[in-house]
Design a protein around this ligand. Sequence first.
Ligand code: SF4
Ligand code: SF4
Length: 438
Amino acid sequence: MKTEFSLAQLADPDIKEADRILRACVHCGFCTATCPTYVLLGDELDSPRGRIYLIKEMLEKDRKPTEAVVKHIDRCLSCLACMTTCPSGVNYMHLVDQARVRIERDYSRPLPERLLRWTLALVLPSPKLFRWSLRLARLARPFAGLLPTPKASATPGLLRRVKAMLAMAPSRLPQPGPVGGSVFAAAGERRARVALLQGCAQQVLAPRINQAAVNVLTRHGIEVVLVKDEQCCGALTHHMGRDGDALARARANIAAWTAEAGRGGLDAILVTTSGCGTVIKDYGYMLREDRDFAGPAARISALAKDITEYLAGLELTAQQRQHGDIVVAYHSACSLQHGQKITTLPKELLSKSGFVVKDVPESHLCCGSAGTYNLLQPDIATRLRDRKVANIASVKPDMIAAGNIGCMMQIAGGTSVPVVHTIELLDWATGGPRPGPN
Ligand code: SF4
Ligand code: SF4
């Protein structure tokens, strides 16, 4: 794609990067076929190619984002299916991240929208606030029926979103898991020492996931540390264009993990929420212009691994086949398959552990979770969820496995089939408990 940035514009490292990305696009449109919003809405401006044009116009002309730009960028799930499909290697992720930052900086959303986004950015990264907000949502839910029901829309209003949020709050919450600073000793001789990301929403909704990871790792001779002073990885606010917040969190985590590596050594930083893993692996890029953090950020990104990526390098000791012939539909989270290009490893681990693993038709299409997307765009998200659930049902599974809490909650909202994390099944297969509700 031909671009016309001025030399002065190209002096800005972000614009220089955008220019490089835009020039790689040859407008072939292959990406439209796998873009969930284009598949659903059929509007070129809701396709990757359409969005790339909108972003190009905004950046090149140095224009404030228009209402149309904001609408179509907001509808993008950042699922990155377009990056997997693109034959030219267009880095849509870094381009749309930049567009979101500009929208956040230069576009004035209506007050209720600003308040909603501010609240989400405050509450979701804080386990304490998130726990309290879920308790409040539970109390408020019986009254949700008294509110008028707005029509489903690809441009939903505040009321529609609030109702969707209340509906999503779980009816009970598990007890909190272990706190930062906890160390879990390896069983037998220690082979390695790793940090396990505690996550923010996940530790409130399903601490059983990290418990399963600790079980599997320690059982295989790995010492696990939950690093004190670690915080939300920044993914949630990063995807909302709030880069100041996201980068501050990234720096704080880099400092905490680097200090831990200096104290006891770290062979890896393991992540059980693939949405977080994708962003931590991108810390090196996000902080590339930061004189103090560029080097440490690149080192931390190199240490970050999805839990399945790490376990694939170990020989898992399968116990007796206590689970029988369980049919597992494997849902490939977008952040894992498109963001981190981890596609077959989780399925191989499950198959080797004795599960009958089934691929889900249209597995490249997002389930609609996508960070805060199902809260901000509930109608598109629900259509995607229903499509995903129907595809999953077609393989008649006993269980559904996924590597991302957002997808797990989203899919569980549309099916009665148990939805578990891949690591819970691997824990079960190697001697742990059968996965069940919290
Ligand atoms: S597939 Fe790649 S090169 Fe083709 S239009 Fe989409 S982003 Fe551009
Ligand atoms: S990230 Fe997903 S929703 Fe956004 S343009 Fe790419 S394929 Fe479409």
